[in-house]
Each structure stands twice: as structure tokens, then as C-alpha cells.
Design a protein around this ligand. Sequence first.
Ligand code: NAD
Length: 497
Amino acid sequence: MSEPILIGGEWKAGRGPDMVSVYPADGSENAVVAGASAADVDEAVARAKAAMAEPAWRDMKPHDRGSLLMRVSQLISDRAEDLARLQMRDNGKPIGETRALVASAAGTFRYYGAVAETMEEEITPSRGPFVSMSIYDPIGVVAAITPWNSPIASDAQKLAPALAAGCAVILKPAGVTPLVALELGRICEAAGVPKGIVSVLPGPGAVIGDALVTHPDIARVAFTGGTEVGRGIARQAAEKLMPVSLELGGKSPTIVFEDAQIDHAVNGVIFGIFSSSGESCIAGSRLFVHRKILDQFTEALVAKTVQLRIGDPAAETTQMGPLVSVSHREGIEKYVALGREEGGEILTGGARPEDGGYTNPAGGDFAYRDGSFYLPTIFTGLGNDARMVQEEIFGPVLAILPFEDEEDLIAQANDTVFGLACGLWTEDYCRAWRLARRIDAGTVWINTYKLFSIATPFGGLKDSGTGREKGRQGIRQYQEQKSLYWGMNEAPLGWAD
Ligand code: NAD
């Protein structure tokens, strides 16, 4: 019997195809969810529109909206361990990582609760006998479309600011990872979000995503996912003149200078590419190393990579779990084969763990064969123009590339369609400042990697997307700015006399 979904305030079976959630560590089935259909989209959007017009939501005061979001945050924290385990089973990330994602989701709701309560509107300088002001209304019903790699965090990053702004949200999680999004729907209900304000519609992207994006009553789309899907959404949005934010793919450079603290840089590079099994938009997948330290750094990197603990996601010390699915692993294997054909040499990895054996964190035997595991893989000998180096793989595959000097580095690092993130490892802070300004990236980490704060905006340049999420201003993308002029004339307007 398939599980219900949240359509316009009611839990019921979607009328679309079933969505099967599989535990990637052993291939067992977690749940079957009755996925949404295009008719369910119509129903959810109509209910959302009606719920937004109800005084209970429309007239809710900012401090009450803030309290509501704080309650959502508290309920997430109260249920943190359950949610972390659910997320682990849905996409195979190690439990340590999914706990951090749940804490991030709770923090996001707490932060936007505070933003809802404290965000101000503006009195603008008066240029005549009037008082002028800028106020912000909710933009309307929002479609939040999210990928499978960090669902609870990316769902929260869209839901919380949209609710803070007074919008209704139709959340469409990836078909392979529907479970946490549905739980977030239950939590919003339990916190007191009025019925119809949040719907959760798992379903096939091309059908549900398309029905949402083209729906006349969807006022905004907040999308996180692949670049080609994002490009298609932007085209459809242009037809409707609808604003969209697009958080898309990446192929981020990590750069190690000859003066870097080598042990810090080795750990940072490994964390940057192999945490989340490389299934991360900001994975530092192109490693540029100054030629002077190339051999020394490569040796240290490989030595540490082969010690990574791969295996049972439920074991506390696991660093890498399985990939999200067997079919995703096949895609990665094709890229590894391509890298070989393009002349690359594999220094470690390039295979499934059952073929080579690896450190199992839980100790004893672990049936790698049942899950979609893949070894951390390091390539050398490829040019920056190789397809393996240029295209997003979204897996644990790193290419090492040498550079000669700053100009050579900037030319190579920016020679990509993407512009999401960058890591710089150097002790020379003047150089770090210079380069951080010149590298095409929405986020630059200096002597660290993959650290995040909900208070700091995030987004990409070039094919990595458009728009920024997070930060206080993050609420504004879900609002429409409106100008008011209050006449202060003591006499009638003179022109008509
Ligand atoms: P995807 O683009 O295939 O799917 C993302 C979401 O869009 C899913 O919910 C999917 O069902 C839906 N979708 C698919 N086709 C659609 C269509 N035609 N119209 C509307 N929606 C549609 O991406 P994925 O495989 O789930 O996730 C991996 C990608 O996400 C990678 O490229 C990764 O870099 C990117 N990503 C980016 C960020 C970021 O913040 N920049 C964060 C995480 C992941």
C-alpha cells in the first residue's frame, strides 16, 4: 500500500505513478509513495491560492509568523534523530552528515522566524509634498523544486523564507527521495501552518515540475538541480514573465599554492570532494596544485584518501556512504571510463569497493555488493579541457591539474561554464584577496571548504545559476515590492486649476 502525500492540506494518495524510496546501502525498499499527477498540482495550487487569501494567513502579524517558524524549528529539533535516520535511508548519506543537515534545517527555520519578525520596510526620501514608502507583499504561490542530494536542508532553504514572506508553497522533492519532504509537511501542520499553505508533491520531474512551472497561478519558482533542467525552467518562466531562482551545477576549483599548510590543504581537498560521496553541487572536483609541490601534495593526498572509511551509513565513523542509486553510479562509471579514454591515469579508486576492498567503519564484513558504493577516485594526467574535467560528474571523482603561476591558474580555473564555488589554500592573504576577486565563483573559501552559514548568501555565476538564497535578503525573493505615496498637500493639486 503506497503512502499518501500532502495535497492542499489533505493527506491522500497522489494520482500519479508510485515513487519508490530505496536504501542505497543495501537496495532494500524504504517506502512506496503514491506520487502526484498534474491534476494534483492543479488542486494543490488552487487550495494554496485560497489559503493565502484567508485572513488567518494573510493578516498574520510578522511576530506571529516568526513564532510559527520557530515552532517548526523546534519540532525539527525535537525529531532530529528520526529525521536524520530517514534522510540517511532515503539517499544513503552517513548519519553524521544527515544529523548536520537536520540541524541546518532547524537553524534555517529559526533564522527566518527572526527575519520575519525583524525585517523592516522603508520610508524613502520625500521629493515633494508626500511621504513615500516601500512595502513588501507576498509574491504569491511558490513552487519549490529540490534535488535528492541534501533534501532536508534544501527544502528548508526554500520553505522557511517563503513562509516568512507570507507565501504558500508547493514543495516538489526529487522522486527518489520523497520521505523527508513529506515529514516536513507533517511538521509544518503540527506547528500550526494553516491547511493548504504547504503541499508536498513528490512525482516525476518532467510531469510535476513542468505542471508547476507553467501553472498560471504559480508566481515564482525556486529551483535547485541540474543546469539543463534549470535552463528549461528559465525558458518556461520567460514565457510567463515569472521570476525564478536557479541553484544549479558546479565543477569547482580547489587551488593549492606552494606556501599552503599542506596538512590543512590535504584535509580540505579530501573533505571538499569526497564528503557526501562527491554528490554535492559545491564539490571541489578540479584540484589545481602549484607545480613546485605537485608530487609531494599528490602523494600526501592519495595516502590519506585510501584510508577513508567507506561503508555502513548508520555507523558513527563512516565518512563515505553509497551513492544515491545504482543508476547514478553507472553514470559516474561512464565518466571514469571516459577519463581513461581521454588519457587520464587513476592514482586511486576507479572501481567499486567489492572489487578492491576498503576500510569498513563498522568492522567485520560489509556487503558492499548490495549497495551502490564507489571508491574515491583521483585522476592525474588530464588537461583542463578534457570532458571528464569540464563536466559535472556529481560523484567522488577528482582531477589533479598543475599550474605555473597566478595568471595561468586564473585562466585555467575560470575556463569552465560553471561558477559556483572555489577553495584557495595559501598563507599569503594578499594573494588570496586578489584571487578571490578574480575567480568566477559565487562562494570562495579561503583556507577552508564547504562551511556554511544561513546568514551568508549563496548562489552561482554563469551556468551555476542565478539568484541568491539565504541571508536576511533571502526573504525578498518571495515578496513583491510596492511603493506607496501619501499626499501631504494642504491645498488641492494645482495643475487642474
Ligand atoms: P535534477 O535537475 O534532475 O532534478 C532536480 C529537481 O527538478 C527534482 O525534483 C526533479 O524531479 C525536478 N525536475 C526534473 N525535470 C524537471 C523539469 N523538466 N521541470 C521541472 N522540474 C524538473 O537534479 P538532481 O539530479 O536531482 O540533482 C543533482 C543536481 O543538482 C546537480 O547538478 C547539482 O549540482 C545540483 N545541485 C545544485 C545545488 C546548488 O545549490 N547550486 C545544490 C544541490 C544540487
